[in-house]
Ligand binder design. Sequence first.
Ligand code: FAD
Length: 489
Amino acid sequence: MDKQAFRLALGRRNFVKMLMAGTATGVTGCIATPTDETKKIIIIGAGLAGLSAAYELEKAGHRVVVLEAQERAGGRVHTVRDPFDGDLYAELGAVRVADVHFHVLRYIEEFDLPIIEFGSGDPVYFLKGQRFMHTQDSPWPLELTEAEQEKGLGMWSDYIAAYFPDIGDPLAGNWPPSSALKYDDMTMAEYLASKGASDDFLRLYKTDNGTEVDSYAALAWMAAEVVDQDWGTTYAIVGGNDALPRAFANSLGGAIEYGAEAVRIDHDGLGVTVTFVQNGEEREVDGDYLVLAIPFPIVNEIDIVPPFADDKMEVIEELKMSPVTRVWVQTATKFWQAEGIGGLKVAKTDTGVETLWDVSSVQAGERGLLMAYMQDQNALNMAMHPEDMRGSVALNEMSAFFPDINNHAEATYQYAWQENPYARGAWAAMRPGMTAKLAPIVARPEGRVHFAGEHTSVWIGWMQGALDSGIRVADEINQDIATRSASAE
Ligand SMILES: Cc1cc2nc3c(=O)[nH]c(=O)nc-3n(C[C@H](O)[C@H](O)[C@H](O)COP(=O)(O)OP(=O)(O)OC[C@H]3O[C@@H](n4cnc5c(N)ncnc54)[C@H](O)[C@@H]3O)c2cc1C
């Protein structure tokens, strides 16, 4: 999800201050308390959720074994360097570190990773066939209400923030409150329309937040708005965001089994056994606890013996992943700057390529790297083309608003997350009617099996959510050990 620009009006905060505020909140995310009893804990998935769980559990004195299906750690934090010239690289998944994402910033600090702020500037718009740049004094060439004309995307305060009291505190144990339930059965687009947003405002809003606005559940979206409402500045890790999972993986040493795909889980009141396939051979590992830190569509294909509770199995089957396709265009120069275009989102359009991000502002060198970020139906439409055609299809679309793009382009690269067998999409696809139902079930442990992953957190679709869930399961397991040990005395 992508909701940054709306918040810029809210003012910037020093990220160290936010970091301290975040760690002081006492929300899910207190660091796991060390325990005297050493246990063996199996973790399926070496994304940020599994890695942070393993890191905190190891710190608390336990032995961890992490099973990772791929040959690298990081999951949806994946930096690709090879296809590009010079020092350019593409983030296939996570690009931005928000200054309010205190878990991400804390680990960045703990691993001593340098960060860099994204550049600022104004985008070019291409809406309803019109190409324009918007300044404070010029009217939007759109059919907006009077207030929308005046405030543009600053209508965030009226359409979104004004309703935060209804949403309540998504980090509170009994969320959502009854005042929030009226937003559970609608999409974010329906919600905005219900608050008086015009069709053209929705068009503008989607250029800033992605077309998933049309399908994503309003209640889950609003929960994310509440927890990230003070977002001001956006960072990247210098040299690529994969430095974060690599730092976790290095600290875990030999605890990670790569190329190890979990296919069966046996569990009872005493422990767990996971069957996994590695180098074509089936192997088993036993443990006292299991952390399942993989997306639900993959859990749905694993044999679980005995099955979890009916409501959990239902949610595992129901919760799908959102499609996202991206196309990168390497350019000889950052040609858009000559026109005074800048910032992270340099072109905001209602075309099939949606929004173009300048991801090169945090990278070294003269070359440019534009990333077309397509969600939902646009993502699926682009992915209907064969992989080797997607670059030229995207360039063709871009030429509507960057007519010279073909002269600037040196190379293209593409990636469709829904085609990744170990992710199945970009993030949990919260749909209307799911938020209140999932809230008490999604992260609930099933005996000795605990659940992590961005989908089990309020910060769905963020590294912060993955880390928050990893810290939470470590805490849950330590508490369970302490409770069992106390009752045995
Ligand atoms: C397109 C896109 C844009 C994003 N943008 C941002 C952003 O700007 N900022 C931000 O903070 N976040 C962003 N995110 C979200 C962020 O990347 C994720 O929320 C986070 O990385 C998820 O971590 P995870 O550990 O929950 O899951 P994953 O990273 O998916 O980790 C799961 C791991 O489990 C492994 N696995 C799967 N099946 C098995 C199996 N059967 N056996 C063993 N291992 C298995 C996978 O290989 C993977 O390594 C974005 C994500 C995407 C895809």
